[in-house]
Ligand binder design. Structure first.
Ligand code: B12
Ligand code: SF4
Length: 556
C-alpha cells in the first residue's frame, strides 16, 4: 500500500469534512445548541496522538450524540498549518476546540529541531576556541529563534482557530491541554485569549464536566482572564475514572488521517496500561502530571485495544506509562497483562516502555521476552548508589543489575537505553568513576553494543524538587521564567553547575569532536580515560551521610 503524502491528507480531510457537513443547512442556532468538538493536535513530530484519541473515545462513550473530529497538525506540512486549520474549522464548524500541545521540547538534549541544542549550548558556554564558541552562539541563536517561532506560531494557531470558530458559533470555546501545557500551564495562560480553559494532566473528567455544564472548580484547570491557577495546582490529585479499550472503529470514522500512522512500519503506537508514579525523583515532573497514585487500566481492556490495532496491521507498541512497573506491588499487574497478551495470540509484536528495572522477577523477565519487548529505557541517572539515594530515586542499583542478569538469561538480546544525567547533585570524580564501573557491568551483562548510554543534562522543570533546591541554594529566584531560552536563564536551567560544569562541558565537546555519531559511548570512554574506572562494590553501596546540600534532606 502507498504511504499517503501529507498533501493527500489535507485533501482527505477536506473530503471527509464535506461529507460530514453536506447538506450544510444547519442554522447557527441549531449548531450553537449542539456540541461539536474539534480536537486539534498542535504541530509535533509525528508521534501517535494518543492523548486526543483517548479524549475523543471517552467523550463518545459518554455522549454518543456529540459530533467529533480529530485534526492532527502533526501530519500537515508547516506551510499549510494555518490554511489547513482554517479549512478544518470552516468545514466542521466546531463549538468546542480542544487544542492538544504535546511538547515544547525545551532543553531537549539530543536531535532537537534545527540541530543539537545541548551541543550548541555547550559550545557557547565552554569552548575555548573562539570559532567553536561562535559556532555555538550562532547555532544557539538558530535554535532559540526556532523555539520562539514555534511557541508564537502555536499560540497564534490557537487564537486564529478560536476566532474563526466564533464566526460560526459566537459562543465557541477553546480548551488547551497536553504534556507541554501540563508543564508550563502557569506561563502559557498569559498568552492565550480570555476565556480559554487551561488544563493540567488528564482531560477526560474536565471535558465531561464541560459538556454537562458542571462546575470545573475541582478540576486541575483555570480560565484565562477569569480565574488564576491555584497554588501548587499541579500537585492536586487527578480525578479518577476507569479506562476501557479505545474504540478504534469509532476513532477511524472521525479521523481521516488515522491511516498515516498505520502505514509506516516503524511507528510505535501508544497504548496506556496505567497512570501515575509513586516515586519522588528530584528532577521529574511525571509524578505530578499523572499523580502519585497508580491507576491500572484493566488488562483485558488493554489487550482488547492492542488487538484492534493489531488487526489494522500494527506490530509495534509503546506502553506510554510514566513507568511500566512503577513499584514491586505492581509486578503482578504487569505479569497479568503480559500473560494475557501472550494468550491473545499476538505473537509477532514488539513493545517498548520506560522500565524501572529494580522491579523485575524472573517470571516477568521471561514474559517480557516472550511478548516481544525489544527496547526499554532505564533512567537510573547515575551508577553511584550514593547519588541515586541523594536524588531521591528509590532505586537499588544492585537489584537492577541482578534483574538485568535475569532478563538476559530469559533471552533478551535487544537494545537497552540507560539514561545518565551527570552533575545533578553532589557529583564528584569518585561518583563519576562509580558510574563508569556500573555502566561497564551493564555492558558485560547485555553486550557493549546493546547498551546505549543516553547522556542527558537535566533540564530543570518547574514543580520539581530540583527547582526547590535551586531556590534554596540561590541558583534561581522564585518568579523566574522556566520557558526562557535567554542565555543567562538557559545556563541555569540546563543543569550543569560548577565546580564540575566546565569539566563536563569540555568532555562533551571532545566527544562530539571525536565521535558525534556515538556521543554517549564516547563520553563514557573519555571519562574513563581521564578518571579511570571505579570499584563496582563501592558504586553499589551508599554510606549514610547527611551532606547538607543533598536533596534527601530537602523538604518535599
Ligand atoms: C511516553 C512518553 C514519550 C514516548 C512516546 C512514545 C509513543 N510512541 O507514544 C517517547 C519516549 C518516544 C517520548 C519522546 C519525547 N518526549 Co515524551 N513523554 C512521554 C510521557 C511519559 C507520556 C506521554 C503519553 O503518551 N501519555 C499517555 C497519553 C494518553 O497522555 P497524553 O498524551 O498526555 O494526553 C492526556 C493529557 O495530556 C490530556 N490532554 C492531552 N491533550 C489535551 C487537550 C486538552 C484540551 C485537555 C483538556 C487535555 C489534554 O488528556 C489526555 C488523556 O488523558 C510524557 C510524560 C507524562 N507522564 O505525561 C512525556 C512528555 C510528553 N514528553 C516530553 C518530551 C519533551 C519528549 C521529547 C521531546 C524528548 C526529547 N528530548 O526528545 C520526545 C518527543 C519526540 C518528538 N516529539 O519528536 C515532555 C513534553 C513537555 C515538554 N517539556 O515539552 C513530557 C511531558 C515529559 C516531560 N515532562 O518532560 N515521550
Ligand atoms: S520513577 Fe521515573 S516517572 Fe517515576 S518519579 Fe522517578 S523518574 Fe519520574
Amino acid at each position: 500500500m502507498q504511504i499517503p503524502d501529507r498533501n493527500d491528507i489535507v485533501k482527505l480531510y477536506e473530503k471527509l469534512f464535506r461529507k460530514l457537513n453536506a447538506p450544510n443547512t444547519l442554522t447557527s442556532q441549531t449548531q450553537m445548541n449542539t456540541d461539536r468538538i474539534l480536537y486539534v493536535r498542535l504541530p509535533c513530530n509525528p508521534i501517535f496522538p494518543i492523548g486526543v484519541v483517548y479524549l475523543a473515545d471517552r467523550i463518545h462513550k459518554l455522549f454518543p450524540d456529540v459530533e467529533q473530529q480529530i485534526f492532527d497538525l502533526g501530519t500537515i506540512p508547516p506551510l499549510d498549518f494555518a490554511s489547513a486549520l482554517d479549512r478544518a474549522i470552516d468545514e466542521f464548524k466546531p463549538s468546542l476546540l480542544v487544542f492538544s500541545w504535546r511538547d515544547i521540547q525545551i532543553y531537549a538534549p539530543v536531535g532537537g529541531r534545527g540541530g543539537n541544542p545541548l551541543q550548541y549550548a555547550f559550545e557557547f558556554y565552554y569552548a575555548r576556541n573562539p570559532l567553536v564558541k561562535l559556532r555555538g552562539a550562532l547555532g544557539g541563536l538558530r535554535i532559540t529563534t526556532a523555539y520562539y517561532t514555534e511557541l508564537w506560531r502555536n499560540l497564534g494557531l490557537i487564537k486564529r482557530g478560536l476566532k474563526r470558530a466564533k464566526t460560526y458559533n459566537p459562543d465557541a470555546r477553546a480548551v488547551v491541554g497536553g504534556g507541554a501545557v501540563s508543564v508550563f500551564y502557569e506561563q502559557l495562560g498569559k498568552s492565550l485569549p480570555d476565556g480559554t480553559i487551561v488544563s493540567v494532566g488528564e482531560g477526560e473528567a474536565l471535558l465531561e464536566k464541560l459538556l454537562r455544564g458542571d462546575s470545573l472548580d475541582d478540576e486541575r484547570c483555570y480560565i484565562v482572564g477569569q480565574t488564576e491557577p491555584r497554588d501548587r495546582m499541579i500537585h492536586e490529585k487527578p480525578t479518577d475514572f476507569e479506562k476501557t479499550a479505545c474504540n478504534y472503529d469509532y476513532i477511524e470514522t472521525i479521523w481521516p488521517a488515522f491511516n498515516y500512522y498505520l502505514q509506516e512500519s516503524d511507528f510505535y503506537i501508544g497504548v496506556q496500561t496505567k497512570r501515575g508514579c509513586p516515586h519522588n525523583c528530584c528532577y521529574c515532573i511525571y509524578t505530578v502530571i499523572e499523580g502519585k497514585q497508580v491507576r491500572i487500566n484493566p488488562a483485558d481492556e488493554v489487550v482488547a485495544e492492542m488487538r484492534q490495532l493489531y488487526d489494522r496491521g500494527i506490530r509495534n507498541f509503546w506502553f506510554t506509562d510514566a513507568q511500566f512497573i512503577p513499584a514491586r506491588k505492581f509486578i503482578d499487574d504487569a505479569i497479568e497483562l503480559l500473560q494475557k497478551i501472550l494468550a491473545s495470540g499476538m505473537k509477532d509484536i514488539h513493545w517498548a516502555a520506560y522500565i524501572r528495572a529494580d522491579n523485575l522477577t524472573p517470571e516477568l523477565c521471561d514474559l517480557m521476552v516472550k511478548t516481544g519487548m525489544n527496547y526499554f529505557e532505564i533512567g537510573i541517572t547515575s551508577g553511584s548508589q550514593e547519588l541515586v539515594r541523594k536524588m531521591r530515586m528509590g532505586y537499588n542499583l544492585r537489584t537492577v543489575l541482578e534483574n538485568c542478569r535475569d532478563l538476559k538469561a530469559a533471552g533478551f538480546n535487544d537494545l537497552v537505553s540507560v539514561n545518565y544525567s551527570f552533575n545533578v547533585i553532589d557529583e564528584t570524580f569518585e561518583t563519576i568513576r562509580q558510574t563508569i564501573a556500573y555502566h561497564r557491568e551493564l555492558e558485560r551483562i547485555f553486550g557493549a553494543d546493546k547498551v546505549e548510554p543516553a547522556i542527558f543534562f537535566i533540564g530543570l522543570q518547574p514543580h520539581t524538587h530540583l527547582e526547590e533546591y535551586a531556590f534554596d541554594n540561590d541558583i534561581l529566584k522564585p518568579g523566574y521564567n522556566p520557558m526562557s531560552l535567554m542565555p543567562w536563564t538557559a545556563r541555569k536551567l540546563l543543569w550543569n553547575p560548577e565546580p564540575l560544569g566546565s569539566f563536563f562541558g569540555e568532555v562533551c565537546l571532545e566527544a562530539w569532536r571525536r565521535n558525534p555519531n556515538d556521543f554517549g559511548r564516547e563520553v563514557m570512554n573519555i571519562l574513563e580515560e581521564r578518571l579511570g574506572c571505579g570499584d563496582l562494590e563501592a558504586a553499589l553501596s551508599a554510606p549514610i551521610d547527611t551532606a547538607k546540600k543533598s536533596l534527601v534532606g530537602a523538604s518535599s
